[in-house]
Design a protein. Structure first.
Length: 271
């Protein structure tokens, strides 16, 4: 199989993934009363990336063929898609309040921090990594848990309600420490003996992709694992760095730590 044919033909049109994306779009439209603000761009971008992460050829490679593809999908589900979805959510008014975010216990920064970092580490224990890459039910559980834990992690930073976000300086420490934790994981994967996730050493390859992957792309198991570790090490920290810079900008705009909500700003204009 050639690379071009692979990119065009190897899409996973899973009806559950498509239905989940369509239902999410419909619910978002209902919440916004089909009047989309500019911030809706973030939500739609996150939804599109979610579909691509779970239905494009990347998903096929991630399920037991390439560790680096698995890692890229992992990073999308934890570090990219959740903050985009959260940034696109409307700031719920007082008549729509969700105590503690997704769950009452899910608002404490220490818990949300461990959720995000745990999402990176837990699924890379060899037994869990193998099961998620080779069994559809475990892979579905992994996907849902990564999105959920990623949303918990990012909620104190980019949640829809400004008053529920942590202060910029605490947020910088929150993100920097998470960057360190992910860097340690990336360094370990990059320099560990081949077989961090053993299933990727000898893929079952029902579609005959290995000649393309090993020959045309030159991705041996060792190179594949090193690329996966580098993805966790460098690009992941660039995401954290971008968020840290955004928090610094917010701190200099509002050094007292008080950021007026949209409703308060509108009230002041009409006063």
């Amino acid at each position: 199989m050639t690379t071009g044919k692979f990119l065009l033909s190897c899409w996973d049109w899973n009806p559950l993934v498509a239905a989940a994306c369509v239902i999410t779009f419909y619910l978002y439209g209902l919440v916004c009363r089909w009047k989309f603000q500019r911030k809706a761009f973030f939500f739609f971008a996150g939804l599109i990336l979610c579909f691509l992460a779970l239905a494009s050829p990347l998903s096929l490679l991630a399920r037991g063929t390439l560790f680096s593809a698995h890692m890229l999908q992992h990073l999308l589900l934890v570090l990219i898609i959740p903050p985009l979805l959260l940034l696109g959510l409307p700031a719920f008014g007082d008549h729509i309040h969700i105590p503690g975010g997704l769950l009452p216990w899910g608002s404490h920064p220490l818990i949300t921090w461990f959720s995000g970092v745990g999402a990176m580490w837990i699924w890379h224990f060899p037994a869990l990594c193998d099961a998620a890459a080779s069994k559809g039910s475990v892979h579905a559980l992994q996907t849902i848990s990564l999105l959920f834990m990623g949303a918990l992690f990012w909620r104190p930073i980019v949640g829809p309600r400004m008053e529920e976000r942590i202060s910029p300086l605490i947020g910088i420490l929150y993100l920097f420490s998470a960057c360190i934790a992910c860097s340690l994981l990336g360094i370990w994967i990059s320099f560990a003996p081949v077989g961090v996730c053993p299933v990727f050493m000898k893929p079952m390859d029902p579609l005959g992709l290995l000649p393309m992957v090993r020959g045309d792309w030159g991705l041996t198991p060792a190179v594949d694992q090193q690329i996966g570790g580098l993805l966790m090490w460098v690009p992941a920290c660039l995401v954290y760095l971008g968020a840290i810079l955004a928090l610094l900008g917010r701190f200099y705009r509002h050094p007292n730590g008080v950021v007026p909500s949209r409703s308060k700003e509108m009230g002041e204009k009409h006063a």
